[in-house]
Design a protein around this ligand. Structure first.
Ligand SMILES: [Zn+2]
Length: 211
């Protein structure tokens, strides 16, 4: 077995490079992890093919919040829809930090799991669910950065069913749920941020109107 040892370089700390070390330390404090994503690392063009069986799927008659079931109790939205061109809401436990790591995520309504996998990059584990309101009216919910995915593509699920757990995308962020609602089903995963909101809805507004 090969053992790797890590040699620590010995340096003489002069007054000048001590100041430099302090300066760099202060700089790195400004780059602390936050619960916001970096749009530059945050893109996927992964698309999907959906064959919905309209006779089988349970209609989505009403919608709840995806955390703190059913009313988001104990959670707050740290980044609104359209804030910084954000196409979603970032749901966090009110205790902050990683306190919500591993907390349950619930399907906001009856629906069909159209996608459940890790796409890496800034996204990590993603779950997408199609909610059938009627033949001319379907919306899709998307849940990102999950620690665990508890559903599979093709599953029919009910409102309030646990579908996964809140994550931090392998330590890339502080734990939070990036949560989108789209009124156009099957779009590419995209970037999570855009100046155009075409195909996307304000999640809280939509839920409030459809309780
Ligand atoms: Zn987000």
């Amino acid at each position: 077995m090969q053992l790797y040892t890590h040699k620590i370089p010995t340096t003489t700390i002069t007054k000048n490079n001590l100041l430099l070390v302090i300066f760099l330390g202060l700089l790195s404090c400004n780059h602390k992890k936050t619960d916001k994503e970096d749009p530059n690392t945050y893109t996927s063009n992964k698309a999907e093919i959906i064959n919905l069986d309209f006779d089988t799927i349970n209609k989505a008659n009403s919608f709840d919040y995806p955390v703190g079931k059913p009313n988001a109790k104990g959670y707050y939205n740290a980044q609104n829809f359209t804030e910084n061109n954000h196409l979603s809401e970032d749901w966090n436990a009110i205790e902050g930090g990683n306190s919500d790591l591993g907390a349950p995520i619930y399907s906001i309504a009856n629906g069909y799991v159209s996608f459940a996998e890790n796409v890496n990059g800034g996204w990590g584990n993603i779950i997408r669910i199609i909610h059938y309101i009627d033949k001319n009216n379907q919306v899709e919910s998307l849940y990102a950065h999950c620690t665990k995915i508890n559903v599979k593509k093709g599953n029919y699920i009910e409102k309030g069913e646990k579908i996964g757990t809140i994550g931090n995308n392998s330590g890339q962020y502080l734990a939070h749920l990036h949560f989108e609602i789209r009124n156009k089903v099957g779009l590419p995963i995209g970037k999570g941020y855009s100046t155009s909101t075409k195909g996307y809805l304000n999640p809280t507004d939509f839920i409030k109107m459809n309780r």
